[in-house]
Design a protein around this ligand. Structure first.
Ligand code: TYD
Length: 204
């Protein structure tokens, strides 16, 4: 079962994914990966796209690099893991490109679909979008030592990203589950664990 997690900056999704993996790993074979990156070549593309020095990167270049990283990650990790693991959990996937590049940057969802046709052939069964206001999300990460190129965007951009996610969640309502990210990490994790358990039960 391929499951992805989405959210704006400081949504807590990385901690939540770890909790979920810990919960399931006694009974199931579980792997966690992330985008951009997740494999050797894909991580090199991640460094390129998130480098704060690349301030002038064209939006198309950005979208293509995320798509390139995703194609590599699919071949290296995601597709092989779908055969060898019960749960493949990924921190961000194509919905990040829909939200950030497609809607917030304004490239359009059709363009993102076109350059991500490979990923569209491997859509997750479920996607959990952890919805948090940018004010709360950014205040949670303010003590971080390192800020990447996208963390440094203006507040208005983070608001656009949140609106974009809510729009995409509506377009893909059968796949994307919106979770209130203002709850405690414990409550959010429990809610998602219950949902995944239900999916695992139904798929038996
Ligand atoms: P990361 O440090 O992984 O962010 P987070 O901890 O918030 O998940 O950085 C990934 C950044 O890249 C994040 O700002 C979202 C952005 N991104 C896109 O814009 N498009 C994409 O397709 C993906 C996968 C990520």
């Amino acid at each position: 079962m391929f499951i992805t997690f989405e959210g704006g900056e400081g949504s807590g999704k990385t901690t939540i994914i770890e909790r979920i993996a810990t919960h399931f790993k006694n009974s199931y074979k579980v792997i966690i990966s992330r985008e951009p990156g997740g494999s050797f070549i894909a991580e090199s593309i991640r460094d390129l796209v998130l480098d704060p020095k690349h301030i002038g990167m064209a939006y198309q270049t950005e979208a293509l690099l995320y798509a390139a990283s995703r194609a590599q990650h699919l071949d290296d990790i995601l597709i092989p893991s779908m055969d060898t693991h019960d749960l493949v959990l990924c921190d961000r996937y194509i919905d990040s490109s829909f939200a950030y590049q497609g809607l917030a940057r304004g490239l359009g969802l059709e363009y993102i679909e076109k350059i991500n046709d490979y990923a569209l052939q491997h859509l997750p069964l479920k996607t959990f979008y952890i919805d948090v206001s940018p004010e709360v999300g950014l205040s949670r990460i303010k003590d971080r030592q390192k800020f990447d190129r996208l963390d440094q965007e203006k507040m208005s951009f983070h608001h656009l990203v949140r609106q974009a996610y809510l729009t995409i969640a509506d377009v893909y309502k059968d796949r994307i589950i919106v979770v209130d990210g203002h709850q405690s990490i414990d409550d959010i994790s429990k809610q998602i664990i219950n949902d995944i358990e239900r999916q695992l039960h139904d798929s038996k």
